[in-house]
Design a protein around this ligand. Sequence first.
Ligand code: ZN
Length: 258
Amino acid sequence: MRFLKLIGHILFIALLTILTQVGGLLWLMSVFIAVKLQKRKRYIFPIIYLICNIIIVPIVAPYFGRRKLPVIKSVLKPQNHIYPLLFRNYVDNELYDVLEQSTIDLAHLGIKTTYLDANFPFFNGFPLFPHLSHNDGKKIDIAFMYLDNNNKTDQKPSFMGYGAFINLNNPTSKNCINKGYWQYDLTKYLSPDKSKAFQLDKENTKTLIQGLLYRNKNSKIFIEPYLKKELGLVEYDNVRFHGCQAVRHDDHIHLQIK
Ligand SMILES: [Zn+2]
């Protein structure tokens, strides 16, 4: 029985570490404190987790070269509070500055920027699962802009912001899946809410991409090749196809700086 319990703890720590980077360590601390207090206090972990999430990690992360992105009342905000709650909204100082400047530019044009997965707070080389490249503070995913019955909306068609593909059967995606890259449209499972039939706001998504690229000449954006054409961004060398080894990008924009 004790052995099974130990295995359970190890699996839970691994899961928390994969999803949040620091959660596994916080679970371990909570178990240690509960043992010291000689009580099984279920509320120790949520309290420690929230204090670290809201206060301690945002203070410590800058010593590791990362900053927490805004969560509320900002022209740059997360698609939902799961991203900050899972410590997935940290970027390095340079990307922070680029985002701060470009999202203020975009706000003047009436565009609020919504971010999805960014990076964890600590250590280069620690990937933010399932995005293996989001491991150095220099990458962030941004949601497209949408229309709701031809009216501009800040809402997105899926709860997490991923998985609501613009053209389900675009040639690149088919090609990648046929070549055996089974992970290519894995994000479709992150869009359980298909009932919201928003349309891509091409004009404002193009403006969003231009705004994100404007403040840093070393920025790159990854989207599907057919969208690059449809959005009228063909002349932009820094708007690129990411390759079949990634996941498809006709549900979000991937921005990275060098
Ligand atoms: Zn990305």
